[in-house]
Design a binder for this molecule. Structure first.
Ligand code: EPU
Length: 426
């Protein structure tokens, strides 16, 4: 949801005794968004399957349409034909709606030789600068004039290959450089690249389209620019954070839940924590079952968020809920975003014992959380965490700001209800 827009919908969540059953996990939002952006680079038809049906995806498709692409979306299948793209400006309104719109900087400049767009706004996770994106693309030959947060970008001819070392393995900056580099003149090397599975998924898609990329998923990625990319068919990888959200819900209230159509290898750091707190975790090729016992969760002790394959910042809020009802203390260290503890103050309203000091949060497990409160969700993952906390809490909890959930979770309440939760959206 854009900053400043107050949602009217709310969730009413009752205490849940136990969850049981199976849930099929959607495709990854953070893969689908860069892949859809990458379709701008292709001559021909791209068919993207397992694309999650989310508001962030809809905004990305609106941007593509506004540039002249033909787009057809049917639930989880999206067809994009960018052959006739002729626009080079993206409206401020659309740029501000989603953070990942910044990926159009690389893709649109590569496609059209120029781009006019604005800097996506700050967000609830902190300032989220784009200086590494700008520096890298400038190094690759893009002239960028920044006037009052409007970016006027121009290439003399094509992007030029370059050797780029990122200060930290930024997901978005790595993706933007890849999008610029696949059609560049010459070879690009990215050092200290992000290694997230979503980066690999973007590269897998681009390789199907004819791109030459080596080393995706490693710290050094090499991209040899090609003259053109064709369309391709691609299936988006499962959303590891959504999968873990359902497992965390089961761990919080007890039960037996299996997430289907997942990639367990992408969830390793989080599955380890479920085991540590006393849940049985059964991993198969494409599913994970969690058996959460009725007794109190064992202490987590420490969660330190890091770039992949470390513990993901996107799961920090979910595990803070588990720490809040565990038998002991846990220290959280949030290394990725400066302001990603907004959920903590809401959890405290339910009776959680959490002290936040800058990037550290110390959580002491309590015996029970109490509902009967109205909580405000302030970001996507925080919203999911509050729903789980509300299910674990005694009584009934109301949650506002639920539009955040629609940015990242398809049929969230419906899936939880199928597992036995009592949640209503009003
Ligand atoms: N950073 C800079 N300058 C830059 C770029 C990044 O200082 O030019 C800083 C950021 O401010 C942040 C850190 O580097 O402190 C890491 O940011 P990164 O660029 O890796 O994050 P992102 O690409 O903006 C993606 C996901 C986030 C996820 C992060 C980290 C998408 C669309 N978003 O964001 O997902 O938390 O990587 O893994 O892929 C979410 O799904 O809820 C979400 C926030």
């Amino acid at each position: 949801m854009p900053d400043g827009v107050v949602g009217v919908e709310r969730l009413v969540v009752e205490h849940a005794e136990r969850l049981s059953g199976e849930v099929a996990v959607q495709g990854s939002k953070n893969s689908a968004l860069p892949i859809l952006t990458a379709t701008l680079l292709c001559d021909g038809i791209c068919t993207i399957e397992n694309c999650p049906d989310l508001s962030d995806v809809d905004v990305t498709l609106e941007i593509l349409k506004s540039l002249g692409a033909k787009v057809l979306k049917e639930k989880n299948s999206v067809i994009v034909d960018s052959t006739e793209v002729c626009g080079f400006k993206i409206s401020k309104e659309m740029m501000k709606k989603i953070r990942s719109s910044i990926l159009f900087l690389g893709a649109l400049s590569a496609r059209m030789g120029r781009a006019e767009l604005c800097v996506p706004g700050g967000c609830k996770l902190g300032p989220r600068p784009i200086d590494w994106h700008l520096a890298a693309l400038s190094q690759m030959g893009l002239k960028i004039e920044n006037q009052d947060k409007m970016l006027f970008c121009e290439l003399e001819d094509r992007f030029k290959g370059a050797e780029i070392t990122l200060p930290l393995p930024s997901v978005g900056a790595t993706e933007n450089i890849i999008l610029a580099a696949v059609l560049a003149k010459g070879t690009t090397i990215i050092r200290n690249a992000a290694r997230e599975p979503e980066i690999c998924d973007l590269c897998d898609f681009l390789i199907k389209c004819g791109a030459r990329i080596e080393g995706a998923g490693q710290s050094e990625v090499k991209i040899v620019g090609v003259e053109r990319l064709s369309g391709a068919e691609h299936r988006v990888i499962p959303d590891r954070i959504v999968a873990v959200t359902f497992l965390a819900a089961a761990a919080a209230v007890g039960g037996d839940v299996t997430v289907q159509s997942v990639a367990p290898a992408h969830m390793q750091s989080m599955l380890e924590v479920f085991k540590k707190i006393g849940c049985d975790v059964n991993v198969a090729a494409e599913s994970v079952q969690i058996l959460a016992k009725d007794k109190k969760l064992a202490p987590i002790r420490e969660i330190v968020t890091k770039p992949y394959p470390g513990f993901p910042t996107d799961a920090q809020a979910l595990f803070m809920v588990l720490a809040s009802i565990s038998d002991g203390s846990c220290m959280f260290v949030e290394n990725i975003f400066k302001n990603r503890y907004k959920h903590a103050e809401e959890l405290v309203k339910l009776g959680a014992d959490i002290k936040v000091m800058d990037k550290i949060a110390v959580v002491k497990g309590v015996d029970e959380l109490y509902g009967e409160e109205t909580l405000e969700a302030k970001d996507l993952r925080g919203a999911a965490a509050l729903v789980i906390a509300a299910m674990a809490a005694d009584g009934r909890t109301t949650i506002t700001g639920v539009e955040h959930l629609d940015r990242g979770y398809e049929d969230f309440e419906k899936n939880l209800r199928r597992l036995g939760a009592n949640i209503k959206r009003i």
